[in-house]
Write a protein that binds this ligand. Structure first.
Ligand SMILES: *Cc1c(COP(=O)(O)O)cnc(C)c1O
Length: 467
């Protein structure tokens, strides 16, 4: 299968080159040239597969033979063997018409592990095949960093540098990232927000001199493989719910920041999965809600919230959606993104806005509403939601028709965000893997949110670890 850039200025490339390129060289995002279509019969046949078997089927459409089947199967097996639940992403019924899809059974207790365990193994596979050292650079709002480090630590031929917003991640998130004592891992705590970190890495990835000199590789959801790995659980959840209930389609409510996870749901729908409404749940950083309501996408003032992994103003993957909204017209996407650069906002036409409203519903959840949702579900169902999942559940309550069935994505384990859970006067016990983090020394450097300063640190990391 070939992949193209949303901005149209990259020659078609295959799957592995797409993974290695990360951000498209023209500053756009890579998307499949043609989205594979899965027939109803094929879906039926897929419905009995295990998570790993399903992942293999779905990945195969995109990998398209570039990795031999037995090797792809081995990569998948290895990636999900680290999960604590045999089903990988189990589905739990919480209310008659609402299921929670638990995505937090991986090593770092957040959904990012599902894609990043696989991506870590894939990078290692590529490094072994080509002899190339993989230099990873990523920005995190908290979970990607820990998950990416966990996905690559101890693997030969890989170095990783992660930028996180200093003091703006939860304690457990910070500990998970910074207690790894490994010379091939560098944590930079930048004096700024996630958006600053994401901007810096996008600038570095778009600077061909830097990108080529250091062979920079991406682990953020600008990397298409992140999206691909996340489509699998939409299929898996649909099949599990369908075993319990007669239904035509399922809605999904998705706690959203960078628009990666919800875009994976959009892709699954385009592949033929009977998805009804896709509900975008945000916190007070709610530009996506504004876009879906008014057709105006305009980043505003950054807000720190109870759900820090969603404290994002500029949603990278939004460009992938725009590409489809504009009828796969890369010239139109380019023009619009250029306008966004100069004017700071994107406005779509009336007609396009109608399509947006067909594709998505949205609700921006305020802090109090988030906490009340945690308390309410804990009282009524004994199910403890993490603050991100709580935003998803609050959006389900607001946007889901009572006659329809909704799956809310549980993107993190509540133990990762005890600061927020404590505010609800709920005492939780930490899983052993989390409580043991508190006694470990931390390794990080606090730096200015400045591209050149980040480059200086990369120099040191890559030179130091090269021999
Ligand atoms: C990353 C993250 C999100 C947001 O996912 P996107 O793909 O960036 O939209 C939501 N919840 C948690 C817990 C996360 O770590």
């Amino acid at each position: 299968m070939n992949f193209v850039s949303t901005r149209g200025n990259v020659t078609k490339i295959g799957f592995i080159d797409t993974v290695l390129m990360g951000l498209a060289n023209d500053g756009g995002l890579l998307v499949p040239e043609k989205i594979p279509q899965i027939s109803a019969d094929k879906l039926e046949a897929m419905s009995e597969l295990t998570y790993q078997e399903l992942a293999f089927e779905i990945f195969s459409y995109y990998v398209d033979g570039e990795i031999p089947d037995n090797e792809l199967k081995a990569l998948i097996e290895k990636s999900y063997a680290t999960f604590r639940h045999p089903e990988v992403t189990p589905v739990k019924k919480v209310k008659d018409n609402m299921f929670v899809l638990e995505l937090f059974h991986g090593p770092t207790f957040a959904f990012k592990d599902i894609a990043l365990q696989f991506l870590g193994n894939l990078y290692s596979y590529v490094s072994k095949k080509t002899g190339e050292t993989i230099h990873i650079l990523g920005a995190t709002s908290g979970d990607t960093g820990a998950s990416a480090i966990e996905g690559v630590r101890g693997k030969e031929g890989i170095r990783i540098c992660i930028l996180h917003p200093h003091g703006k991640v939860s304690k457990v998130q910070e500990l998970q990232m910074t207690t790894v004592d490994d010379k091939s891992v560098l944590n930079l705590a930048i004096k700024g927000t996630f958006d600053d970190g994401q901007r810096i890495i996008k600038e570095l990835f778009a600077d061909m001199n830097v990108k080529n000199k250091y062979h920079l590789r991406a682990i953020n959801s600008i990397n298409f493989v992140r999206i691909l790995a996340q489509t699998v659980y939409y299929f898996y959840a649909y099949f599990q719910v369908k075993k319990e209930l007669e239904l035509q389609s399922v809605n999904f409510s998705v706690p959203t920041g960078n628009f990666g996870d919800i875009f994976a749901g959009y892709l699954a729908k385009k592949m033929g999965l009977p998805v009804g409404n896709l509900i975008v749940a945000t916190n007070e950083n709610n530009i996506l809600e504004g876009f879906i309501r008014d057709g105006v996408y305009e980043p505003g003032e950054f807000r720190s919230t109870y759900s820090p992994s969603m404290d994002i103003q500029v949603a990278s993957n939004f460009e992938r959606y725009l590409y489809y909204l504009l009828g796969e017209d890369s010239k139109a996407v380019s023009d619009l993104m250029e306008k966004f650069q100069s004017e700071g906002k994107i406005v779509v036409s009336e007609e396009q806005l109608r399509q947006v409203k067909v594709d998505f519903a949205a609700h921006g959840v305020e802090g109090e509403e988030c906490l009340q949702t945690i308390s309410k579900y804990y009282d009524e169902t004994s199910y403890l939601l993490d603050p991100h999942t709580a935003c998803g559940v609050a959006a389900y309550e607001r946007c889901n028709d009572s006659s329809e069935v909704c799956v809310t994505l549980a993107t993190a384990h509540p133990a990762k965000f005890n600061e927020s859970v404590e505010r609800c006067n709920i005492q939780q016990t930490f899983p052993e893997q989390i409580s043991q983090l508190f006694n470990k020394p931390q390794y990080l450097e606090v730096v200015e949110a400045d591209k050149d300063e980040v480059v200086r640190h990369l120099e040191t990391l890559f030179r130091f670890t090269a021999n």
